[in-house]
Design a protein around this ligand. Structure first.
Ligand code: DX5
Ligand code: ZN
Length: 220
């Protein structure tokens, strides 16, 4: 298995100092910068749009892992691609034609991900597995940081690990929601190789970021 990558979610950053926060996470060893995009419609919260992603782009060369929680999602794919997203992930429930949405993402030269909500079955991604670069398992219901990890998703992670391995493709298996020092090792043991962490990565101020990341990665 590939080494564990950590994707701090800027949802837990200080929004008044986002550029600084992203630079601090870059310096602290973050692998991806996870960007949570919410529309107040698909999920009950509103966050940021493509212009913020574009504004952050000059602050880091790290992978921008953009998680779209918006519906309809299709009209916004191009905007996030042009803003500098490296990976764009969407929920199958966010549009009528998942295959077409993934084609659109790939057409912009961006990696494509599918996100499975806690109640969304693995079968939602099975038929498009040949197109995806990342599968994101939600271990909370999307909308807010700081929620508790839903342990029933560990089984889903383990099943997806088998599916990915048997596909023979290089697909990231990412987990998002309630990741902390207790749940991170369990997600890793189940087969995840990318951990999103909001609260747990941004805690303690910028001086603590590097240690937070190393601890989540399992480096002690
Ligand atoms: C939830 C978001 C998550 C969230 C994670 O809808 O997709 O990325 O920011 O936050 P924590 O790590 O605090 O659960
Ligand atoms: Zn997210």
């Amino acid at each position: 298995q590939q080494s564990i990558r950590i994707a701090p979610s800027i949802l837990s950053a200080d929004f008044a100092r986002l550029g600084e926060e992203v630079r601090a996470m870059d310096a602290a060893g973050a692998d991806y910068i996870h960007v949570d995009v919410m529309d107040g419609h698909f999920v009950p919260n509103i966050t940021i749009g493509p212009s913020i992603v574009a504004a952050l782009r000059p602050h880091t060369k790290k992978t921008f892992d953009v998680h779209l929680m918006i519906a309809p999602v299709d009209p916004f794919i191009e905007g996030f691609a042009k803003a500098g997203a490296d990976i764009i992930s969407l929920h199958p429930e966010a549009g009528p034609h998942l295959h077409r949405s993934l084609q659109t993402i790939k057409g912009h030269g961006v990696k494509a991900g599918v996100v499975l909500n806690p109640a969304t079955p693995i079968s939602a991604v099975e038929t498009v597995i040949d197109m995806v670069d990342l599968i994101l398992v939600m271990s909370v219901n999307p909308g807010f940081g700081g929620q508790s990890f839903i342990t029933s998703q560990l089984e889903k992670i383990a099943s997806l690990r088998k599916l990915i391995d048997s596909s023979g493709r290089a697909i990231d298996l990412e987990v998002d929601g309630g990741i902390n020092l207790e749940t991170a090792p369990r997600a890793i043991a189940a087969g995840a190789d990318v951990l999103v962490a909001g609260t747990a990565s941004f805690t303690g101020g910028a001086n603590a970021y590097a240690r937070n990341i190393e601890q989540l990665r399992g480096g002690g």
